[in-house]
Each structure stands twice: as structure tokens, then as C-alpha cells.
Design a protein around this ligand. Structure first.
Ligand code: SF4
Length: 153
């Protein structure tokens, strides 16, 4: 029997994709809430690897950058460097309200974000923190963008 979460995931994937999608995750100053939800989407209940979505340990191997947090001053250079190290074509997914808007940290003295002030964000996943279903949906949106780019290249 399927759980509610599994139903949502199956409905969200309206087509199959040509190749596996490799994802690099960076925390730009989040409270770890969003990061825990990313881990949850990798764990057996959601198990995104079965769709070919895999976390990798280097941005040089990644198609997608999954970024959490509002970008603290200490993380700006690291975030930019990580993005520059990724090969083209690439996509950026911003996970969580802090990265998308600054949320409760908006206009804090130590923030340089939100993320789209620093990187070109392709998909905004909202929530504090977003549920794994939302994160997986965001990744499929990035996948569609990359396949569209490949088809028009
Ligand atoms: S959006 Fe919420 S859970 Fe995510 S980093 Fe910000 S405060 Fe934490």
C-alpha cells in the first residue's frame, strides 16, 4: 500500500528523464532544518536515488546546485566558487524561505543574501523547512530545465 507521500511523488513525475541527475548540496548559513529535509528525501521513505537523483561530493560532478540558508557574509565567496566549479549546463535550486527571501533574518547585518542576489536561481522551493515532496518536485523542475537546454543547444 502506498503512503500519502509516495502518491505525491509519483504524480509529480509526469515523464521519465534521459539521464541521472547529480546534485551538489551547500549550506550557506541555514539552521540545518532544510538540510535535514534534504537528507530525509534521500532516506528509504522517499529514496530519491531510485529516480536517478544522486548527491555527489564535488561541484565539478554536479548538474544541479541545491542551496540552503540566507548566505551569510562568510559564505559568499564559497557559494560563488562552488557555482563556478560546476560544468554547464547547470541549474540552481534554492531550498527554504531563508535562502529565497532572507525570512526572519532579512536585512540582518551579517547577510548578503537572499541567494538570487548572488546566483541565478532557477527553482524556488518555499517552506520553513520545505517537505521532502516539495524538494523532489523542485529537483524535477530543474531536470526539465536542463533537458530543455540540451534539446535547444
Ligand atoms: S527556511 Fe526555516 S528550516 Fe530552512 S534554514 Fe531557514 S529557518 Fe531553517
Amino acid at each position: 500500500m502506498q503512503t500519502r507521500g509516495e502518491c505525491v511523488i509519483v504524480k509529480g513525475l509526469t515523464k521519465s528523464f534521459k539521464k541521472a541527475l547529480w546534485v551538489y548540496h551547500i549550506n550557506s548559513g541555514s539552521c540545518n532544518g532544510c538540510d535535514i529535509e534534504i537528507i530525509a528525501s534521500l532516506c528509504p521513505r522517499y529514496d530519491i536515488e531510485r529516480f536517478g537523483i544522486k548527491l555527489v561530493g564535488s561541484p565539478r560532478h554536479a548538474d544541479v546546485l541545491l542551496i540552503t540558508g540566507p548566505v551569510s557574509r562568510q559564505m559568499v565567496d564559497k557559494v560563488k566558487r562552488t557555482y563556478e566549479q560546476m560544468p554547464d549546463p547547470k541549474a540552481v535550486i534554492c531550498v527554504g524561505n531563508c535562502g529565497n527571501t532572507g525570512d526572519v533574518f532579512y536585512e540582518s547585518y551579517n547577510l548578503v543574501g537572499p541567494v538570487d542576489k548572488i546566483l541565478p536561481v532557477d527553482v524556488y522551493v518555499i517552506g520553513c523547512p520545505p517537505r521532502p515532496e516539495n524538494i523532489i518536485h523542485g529537483i524535477t523542475k530543474a531536470w526539465e530545465k536542463l533537458e530543455t537546454l540540451e534539446a535547444t543547444a
